[in-house]
Design a protein around this ligand. Structure first.
Ligand SMILES: Nc1ncnc2c1ncn2[C@@H]1O[C@H](COP(=O)(O)OP(=O)(O)O)[C@@H](O)[C@H]1O
Ligand SMILES: [Mg+2]
Length: 261
C-alpha cells in the first residue's frame, strides 16, 4: 500500500493522484517517490537546496540530467520534482556482469562531464570546501572515526585531517558530478542516458569523480554491498579513459571519503 505523504499544492498540480513507488536504493536519507515519468525527492530543507535549484537551471541542456519540473519548500522540507531518466543504472546485474561495457560507458560519462563548459557554474567544491566539510564531520563525532583512521595509519581523525590539509594535490578543475557512483548513472542503448542525484555537482578536481567511480566499482563487486563479481578489475576504467592512474590523488580522495562512509 502507498504510504500517505504530504505533497505541497504546487507539486500536486503535476502529480495529482498518480501512483508512485518508493526507492530503497538511495543512501542520503532523502525520500524518493518514483512516478511513471517523474521523480519527487523530499528532504529536510537546507540552504544547499537553493544552490541545487540554481545548478539544475544552469545545467539545463548541457548534459542529460533530469529536467526540473517544479520545486517547493514547506514546513522545513524541500521538494524537488524532476523528470524520470530512462534506462538502467550501473549496479544493474546486466551491467555488473559486463565489466568491459560498464567501464567503457562510465569512462564515456566522465568525459561528457569533463567536456562541459564550467563558466558560470553556481557551485565549486574546492579542496578548502571539501576539507571544511570533512572537519565538520570529524568535530561531530571524532571517536567514531578512530577505527577507520587507524586502519589507514593515523592515530586519530585530527591527525588524518592535518595530513590531508598539508598534502593537497594539484587542482585540475572540471565539471564534477559530485556523487559519481553506479546507482547514479543511467544507461540505455549502449550510451549514458542520464546522470541523477546531482545535488552536490559543481566545479571540482577531475579525480573527485574518478575516485568515486573506482570506489563504487570496487564496493559493488567485492561483496561490500553483498555482490561478489570474480575478476572485476576497477582499474579497467583507466584503460577506457586512456590515462594512467594518479594513485596519490586517489588516496587523497579515498581518505577524505573514509570519514563519511
Ligand atoms: N530522475 C530519476 N530518474 C530515474 N530514477 C531515479 C531518478 N531519481 C531517483 N531515481 C531512483 O531513485 C534512487 C534514489 O534517488 P537519488 O536521487 O539517487 O537519492 P539518494 O540521494 O538517496 O541516493 C536512484 O538510485 C534511482 O534508482
Ligand atoms: Mg543516489
Amino acid at each position: 500500500m502507498e504510504e500517505k505523504i504530504f505533497i505541497p499544492e504546487k507539486i500536486k498540480a503535476h502529480t495529482g493522484g498518480r501512483r508512485y513507488s518508493t526507492d530503497a536504493l538511495g543512501k542520503s536519507g532523502a525520500s524518493v517517490y518514483i512516478y511513471d515519468d517523474m521523480v519527487l525527492k523530499t528532504e529536510k530543507y537546507s540552504p544547499e537546496f537553493d544552490t541545487q535549484i540554481k545548478l539544475y537551471e544552469w545545467l539545463g541542456g548541457k548534459l542529460p540530467v533530469p529536467e526540473l519540473i517544479e520545486w517547493d519548500i514547506a514546513d522545513g522540507m524541500s521538494y524537488m520534482l524532476t523528470s524520470r531518466i530512462s534506462g538502467h543504472n550501473g549496479c544493474d546485474k546486466d551491467m555488473l556482469d559486463h565489466p568491459e561495457t560498464l567501464t567503457e560507458l562510465l569512462a564515456k560519462g566522465l568525459k561528457m562531464l569533463w567536456d562541459t563548459d564550467i563558466t558560470g557554474c553556481p557551485r565549486e567544491n574546492t579542496y578548502d570546501v571539501m576539507l571544511s566539510q570533512m572537519k565538520k564531520r570529524i568535530d561531530s563525532a571524532p571517536a567514531s572515526l578512530e577505527g577507520i583512521c587507524r586502519e589507514n595509519g593515523f592515530s586519530d581523525a585530527y591527525e588524518l585531517f592535518g595530513y590531508l590539509d598539508s598534502h593537497r594535490p594539484g587542482y585540475d578543475p572540471v565539471f564534477s558530478h559530485g556523487d559519481f557512483c553506479l546507482p547514479n548513472i543511467f544507461f540505455e542503448n549502449n550510451t549514458v542516458s542520464g546522470f541523477i542525484d546531482i545535488g552536490n555537482a559543481g566545479i571540482s578536481d577531475r579525480y573527485s569523480d574518478i575516485s568515486d567511480c573506482l570506489r563504487s566499482l570496487r564496493r559493488n563487486t567485492d561483496g561490500t554491498f553483498g555482490k561478489v563479481i570474480d575478476g572485476f578489475d576497477p582499474d579497467m576504467l583507466f584503460e577506457k579513459l586512456g590515462i594512467s592512474p594518479d594513485r596519490e590523488k586517489i588516496r587523497f580522495f579515498d581518505l577524505i571519503e573514509s570519514v563519511f562512509f
